[in-house]
Design a protein around this ligand. Structure first.
Ligand SMILES: *Cc1c(COP(=O)(O)O)cnc(C)c1O
Length: 363
């Protein structure tokens, strides 16, 4: 294989360490592995296998197809839950695959229950109550209707009743407590079931968000769950892009599309193999930075589809064939996200398919 242009290293040891750390911070119940969106861009298969080896006993994906892709990697006694729930008509397939749908409305609940009754076996389910997102889940009126006629629940093995925070990364936001109070009020109308409340940031809210199962994603992957304080998690990604060429330019020459960057002095420009087609967001134009030998080098000019240009005038160690670091423990996704005007979730889930991926600590 030719030398790779850009190398994305994913540290499964660090993801496992983050999982253990979160488990220690959530004494009220176990901690699931949320691996939707290809484990936030980092690889659902290797991440799931490693977290199962570490002791995770619950796996969450967003879509049914994501669950099918993981089916062979997840033992049948580990709930493989689908947050988006059950598409009408998919009941038989979902039951055969042994997935646990998150039931988000009464229609899905009835369909799953009817299917269970027809099979003569209770089917596992998680029931979501919407307490403020207004996105997915039963609202107050639907919970009241279900309370009046709970018969459909009898055919199901209700593993958890869950809800999802609107702003758990803001510990002072009163909405956190209000959502939990609403959740407790609504679920009290239904037959008792274990609860699942906290996402990553929720775990750091402590007792308010205590439940029988936490569902962290972001913090596993090193995203700061406490944005107002130093990141307690380990960074798990390192991205190095190859320097294809170094150009010596004169003061007054411009770099890149539309001449947005003009050299103020004689400059050395390093062109590296990554661009917005690789998820290096174009909004980093004029704002991004890389690292060469631990030294920050500013992006010069616009982000192109396949190329980036850096001003390496002050980094004499930059040389063709070498690498510029675009992400790493010293340049974490949260810092890049801030410069790009987005969050670290988007930085990770955008990481491109062209990067050569290598994994540390494969289970
Ligand atoms: C994505 C998601 C999570 C995980 O959230 P993080 O903030 O990444 O920890 C948990 N629960 C639900 C319903 C989600 O959609």
């Amino acid at each position: 294989m030719p030398d790779p242009s850009a190398i994305l290293t994913i540290d499964l040891d660090a993801i496992a360490a983050n999982w253990r750390d979160l488990a220690a911070r959530h004494p009220s119940g176990p901690v699931a592995a949320v691996v939707k969106a290809n484990a936030y861009g980092l690889g659902a298969q290797p991440v799931t296998r490693r977290l199962l080896a570490e002791g995770a006993r619950h796996v969450f994906v967003a879509e049914f197809d994501e669950a099918l892709a993981l089916r062979e990697s997840v033992p049948r006694d580990v709930p493989l839950a689908v947050l988006h729930g059950l598409v009408a008509g998919a009941e038989a397939e979902a039951a055969a695959a042994g997935v646990v749908p998150v039931l988000n409305d009464l229609g899905a609940l009835r369909r799953w229950s009817t299917h269970a009754a027809a099979r003569g076996a209770r089917l596992p389910a998680i029931l979501q109550i919407d307490t403020g997102m207004n996105r997915l889940g039963l609202g107050r009126r639907e919970v009241e209707r279900l309370a009046q006629d709970p018969a459909p629940l009898a055919a199901l093995d209700l593993r958890y009743v869950m809800t999802h925070f609107v702003a758990s990364e803001e510990p002072a936001n009163p909405l956190n407590r209000e959502q939990v109070a609403r959740f407790d009020r609504l679920r009290a109308m239904l037959p008792p079931a274990p609860t699942s409340v906290a996402n990553s940031s929720g775990i750091f809210l402590g007792d308010v968000a205590a439940s029988d199962l936490a569902r962290p994603g972001a913090a596993l992957y090193g995203i700061n769950p406490t944005p107002d304080a130093p990141n307690p998690m380990r960074t798990v990604v390192t991205l190095e892009a190859r320097i294809l060429q170094i150009r010596e330019i004169e003061a007054g020459e411009s770099v890149g599309y539309n001449s947005t960057w003009v050299a103020a002095r004689p400059s050395r420009i390093a062109t590296v193999a990554a661009g917005y087609a690789d998820g290096y967001l174009r909004s980093l134009s004029g704002r991004g930075a890389g690292l060469v030998g631990g030294r920050q080098v500013p992006l010069a000019g616009r982000v192109s589809m396949d190329l980036l240009t850096f001003d390496v005038t002050d980094a004499p160690e930059a040389a063709p064939g070498g690498f510029i670091r675009l992400l790493g423990p010293d340049l974490p996704p949260d810092a890049v996200a801030e410069r790009a005007g987005t969050n670290a979730y988007e930085i990770l889930t955008s990481l491109g398919a062209r990067y050569r991926r290598q994994y540390r600590g494969v289970a």
